[in-house]
Design a binder for this molecule. Structure first.
Ligand code: 5GP
Ligand code: MN
Length: 331
């Protein structure tokens, strides 16, 4: 467990001196790892008497609402003035779970203008150079796992209470699809065992995250798999597309389509799966792959995006129909 050098830890320690107000920022469309790691860091820093605020660009999925401290999170697009003031008054900023600053969407320009210290903790490949201290490794399952290591490296194992452990575990569990991908390193399980020792109930956390969906969400999933799945066996690829109208029929809420993109990968022989979701202004695209296919390169080269080798995202300004046509033309 050594993804953070002593040098960096010394640098972090001195950066945290004479600091009063800290802001934690994570990415647009925040997921379990983004929210889990942000809340874990929040609880940790609070223990050290800092004034801490978490600001996320847009709302997180409902299945994360139970996380301890969730009610303290500011949603930038809903609390624009307050969030902007918190950013401007902060003495130090943590960036969690993203590697390019434009993943903060509408917050990007305010963050770029900051002259105070910025610390990045992340696990995506090739981070952009937008922070003063960059703690980044792709050899971990999640930002939450790296954050555990961060707290340990600061010498504060004892600070990890049940709340922090629940937040970290949620990040690890969601970013590994409950230990079905991105989870072949023994360190992940070592850390999970340490988190269990802190009193978390991992089965309950699973139920809270995955067995808490609305009826509409389940019906939307059924509809997508039955009516909207297209298989391209010659390219070992399958994709799902959903229109704005279809989302409305199923009373779509943020996060409802989370996980849909994984289903086509359970078809024998499929190694690349994509979901296209039509929003008002753009089409949001998620890519998942198995093995050696670089989903992030595909996303970067063709759809304005990026991410990990086996899990990436992007978007398209073209209509849904045109986007699907463009996609099929890439093969
Ligand atoms: P998801 O498909 O769950 O939204 O994202 C999968 C992965 O790709 C995540 O690690 C996420 O951070 C990354 N990702 C999603 N959308 C984008 C994007 O527009 N740009 C970049 N660079 N990464 C993205
Ligand atoms: Mn992550």
């Amino acid at each position: 467990m050594k993804h953070i050098t002593d040098n960096i830890i010394q640098n972090v320690k001195s950066s945290l001196k004479n600091v009063e107000k800290i802001v934690i920022i994570t990415h647009f469309n925040p997921d379990g790892d983004a929210v889990g790691s942000s809340l874990a860091l929040y609880h940790y820093l609070i223990k050290h008497q800092y004034k801490v605020s978490i600001i996320i660009p847009n709302r997180a999925p409902r299945f994360l609402k139970w996380l301890p401290g969730n009610e303290k999170i500011y949603i930038f697009e809903d609390t624009f003035d307050e969030s902007k003031a918190l950013i401007n008054e902060s003495d130090l900023t943590f960036f969690l779970d993203f590697n390019v600053i434009n993943r903060t969407q509408g917050m990007e320009n305010y963050l770029k203008a900051l002259s105070t210290k910025k610390i990045l903790i992340d696990h995506h490949p090739e981070p952009e150079n937008f922070a003063d201290i960059i703690i980044s490794s792709t050899d971990v399952s999640s930002t939450s796992e790296l954050l555990y290591e961060f707290i340990i490296s600061l010498g504060n194992e004892n600070d990890i209470n049940k709340d922090i452990a629940e937040c970290l575990y949620t990040g690890i569990m969601t970013d590994t699809g409950s230990f079905s991908y991105n989870s072949s390193l023994s360190q992940t399980y070592y850390i999970v065992s340490k988190l269990i020792e802190k009193g978390i109930d991992k089965d309950k956390i699973y139920w809270k995250v995955y067995d808490n969906y609305s009826v509409d969400r389940i019906r939307l999933l059924g509809y997508c798999l039955n009516k909207k799945l297209k298989v391209l066996p010659e390219y070992a690829t399958a994709y799902i597309s959903i229109t704005r109208k279809e989302l409305d029929v199923f009373n779509y809420e943020t996060g409802d389509s989370e996980g849909f993109v994984n289903y086509p990968l359970s078809i024998k022989g499929i190694v690349f799966s994509v979901i296209f979701i039509e929003h008002d202004e753009h089409v949001k695209i998620s890519f998942r792959s198995k093995g050696a296919f670089y989903a992030n390169r595909f996303a970067r080269n063709h759809f304005n995006g990026g991410g990990h080798q086996n899990a990436a995202g992007g978007n398209s300004e073209a209509s849904l129909e045109e986007t699907l046509q463009n996609f099929e033309n890439k093969f």
